[in-house]
Design a protein around this ligand. Structure first.
Ligand code: UPG
Length: 463
């Protein structure tokens, strides 16, 4: 029976997942390690508002388990050596250099982890891939671990995480399924699968735990994300047709979602999907397909990304076009920066591309997000525009609250579906704005009829 676990990587997946494992397995000591001292300090912060990841319900679990059976540390070597099971949960960004640049997953951190595990381990370990990885990464890890000097045996499992940000804790507590890939033809492999399965069985029903071979597990994760992203690109493609006709995308989505073969979820038309996973995983899938000479397959999946890029651009162009073909010098209020509500994560957020486009059109941006920090917004903008801080500060103003943001604005652009944006008094807001007052609702969160009655020029997605 497993009594000690270590997780390498204290990010959006590692932190919440280990917190829930610790909560549900009080008999297991769980240590989350990371080389980033600031991040570990934040996980150890007395004030739970300072945890590096914001997820509803997370702080409460950390409060219960931290320093009881959940620990955060930078002492990676010690944690590895003292654990029977090691989760690898480091990031695998898209490569920014060399072969596969812009497409392949960068496995640098995974390889470094594997080497470190091989170097410091003195007892047998089960190594679990938690990060999303290209198919057959497990064999790379395996061959590195084989080099271990200390006569230690390693068993490799793939256990992809399907949690979505903003709902991480409820996804972890009530998963649709838990997927464990392993070498089920061997006794050792079976045993490793069983050990991990036992940990989940403390709160997940046994028939929700699926066992596959290791490559099916790795590929299932990429496939799940590709299918999810494809649904959004499909509905967004239809939203463009709706805008050209009298059809309404929310009505179309409702009508098709009633077909049980299609289903209702993940059919919300938007300014475009973001987040750290979809684009990266599809690019990775495209790269894998190409590397096997499957060019048609690669082109098919690439189209999901191209459609998403088109949607972001189409939305920004609409803003300019409806505002009499120029936003130069106009005050535009951007509501929302995170890639979706209830998270402080802005990675690949559609807001970044829309802001970049509007800055190129010389708009004056006034940005507010309930959770993303000013520093993060500036970092995102520096990266995409290539401007330095001083240049940006002339074009962009970032607010801590929305109280004074609307004064003399020409337009409001909604980029994230935060609940609070629905409850604002748009009558008061309109009185503070210049005429004609525009709202571009990139998330269809407002009621178009009500907003138009107040006197706004309203433009949603697919309306
Ligand atoms: N989105 C839409 N319309 C929809 C649903 C989502 O525009 O109908 C957008 C959403 O606003 C966001 C993006 O799609 O920008 C991704 O949303 P979501 O999937 O909820 O968030 P993630 O946290 O990125 O989670 C995805 C998978 C999850 C996986 C994770 C990392 O849903 O299963 O674990 O990526 O791989």
């Amino acid at each position: 029976m497993i009594k000690s676990i270590c997780c390498i990587g204290a990010g959006y997946v590692g932190g919440p997942t280990m917190a829930v494992i610790a909560l549900k397995n009080p008999h297991i000591k769980v240590t989350v390690v990371d080389v980033n001292q600031d991040r570990i300090n934040a996980w150890n912060a007395q004030d739970l508002d300072l945890l590096p990841v914001y997820e509803p319900g997370l702080a409460e679990i950390v409060a219960k388990t931290r320093n009881v059976n959940l620990f955060f540390s930078t002492n990676v070597d010690e944690a590895i050596d003292q654990s029977q099971m090691i989760f690898i949960s480091v990031n695998t960004p898209t490569k920014t250099y060399g072969i596969g640049k812009g497409m392949a997953a960068d496995l640098k951190y995974i390889e470094l982890c594997a080497r470190q595990i091989a170097r410091v381990s003195t007892t047998d370990k089960i190594v679990v891939e938690k990060s999303t990885l290209p198919v057959r990464t497990a064999s790379t890890i395996k061959s590195i671990l084989k080099q271990s000097q200390n006569n230690v045996k390693f068993e490799i499992l793939s256990n992809p995480e399907f949690l979505a940000e903003g709902t991480a804790i409820s996804d972890l507590l009530n998963p649709d399924r838990v997927l464990i890939g392993g070498d089920y033809h061997t006794l050792e492999g079976k045993n490793a699968i069983n050990q991990l399965s036992q940990i989940y069985q403390n709160w997940v029903n046994k028939d929700k735990i699926i066992t596959t071979n290791i490559w099916s597990s790795e590929l299932s994760k990429l496939t799940a994300n590709a299918f999810l992203a494809q649904r959004i690109s499909s509905i967004n493609a239809m939203s463009a047709i709706c805008e050209a006709t009298e059809a309404d995308i929310d009505e179309v989505a409702f009508a098709i979602g009633k077909d049980t073969r299609i289903g209702e979820k993940f059919l919300k038309a938007s300014v475009g999907f973001g987040g750290s996973c979809f684009q990266k995983d599809i690019l990775n899938l495209v790269y894998i397909a190409k590397s096997f000479g499957l060019n048609e397959v690669a082109d098919y999946w690439e189209q999901v990304i191209l459609m998403n890029n088109y949607q972001k651009k189409r939305f920004a162009q609409k803003v300019v076009q409806k505002m009499f073909n120029t936003v130069s010098g106009k005050k535009i209020v951007m509501l929302g920066w995170s890639f979706k509500k209830d998270t402080n994560d802005s990675r690949e957020s559609a807001a970044i591309d829309v802001a970049n486009y509007l800055i190129e059109e010389q708009a004056e941006l006034h940005i507010y997000d309930p959770k993303v920090t000013k520093q993060q917004i500036l970092t995102d903008l520096e990266r995409i525009t290539g401007d330095d801080l001083k240049q940006l500060q002339e074009k962009v103003h970032i607010y801590n609250s929305s109280e004074t943001i609307f004064r003399n604005a020409h337009a409001i652009v909604i980029l994230t579906e935060w609940d609070e944006f629905k409850t604002y008094s748009y009558t008061d807001i309109k009185n503070q704005m210049l005429e004609p007052a525009f709202i571009f609702d990139g998330r269809n969160v407002l009621n178009p009829t009500q907003i138009q009655q107040i006197g706004f020029q309203y433009y949603g997605i697919g309306k």
